[in-house]
Write a protein of this length. Structure first.
Length: 128
């Protein structure tokens, strides 16, 4: 049997070869990509790469991650939205360090993980 969360993505059975899968998009898929441990670990890994390979500024790190995940540079408005998400998450984690420890060792890394999760949950990443 296949990985359980892939059922939500309409994974075909493995009993026969499937040449083409149907494209679907349901709210359950967003719940899987935001909560399944495998996707959370992927977001944490992307956040680690943002830290080491992304550049100096937060905006550079976010732009690097977006480009790595989608294959194109983010629009200015998208970069502003993701940077705002980072600052909002960072403020929350800085106020509650125990919550940040559940995600990553530092509030900065935890906030980058939140942004990475948002990037990995974009339609451009999941269905393209």
């Amino acid at each position: 049997s296949g990985y359980p969360s892939l059922t939500t993505f309409d994974m075909p059975s493995r009993e026969a070869c499937t040449m083409r899968r149907i494209a679907t998009n349901t709210p359950l898929q967003a719940l899987v990509t935001l909560n399944d441990e495998a996707y959370v670990e992927c977001a944490t890994g992307l956040a680690d790469r943002m830290t080491t390979e992304g550049g100096e500024s937060t905006a550079d790190k976010i732009a690097w991650a977006y480009r790595a995940a989608t294959g194109r540079a983010p629009a200015a408005s998208t970069l502003d939205d993701l940077t705002g998400l980072y600052h909002s998450a960072y403020d929350g984690f800085a106020d509650d360090p125990d919550a940040s420890l559940q995600v990553a060792p530092t509030p900065k890394r935890a906030a980058l993980s939140v942004v990475a999760s948002a990037i990995l949950n974009l339609d451009e990443v999941l269905t393209k």
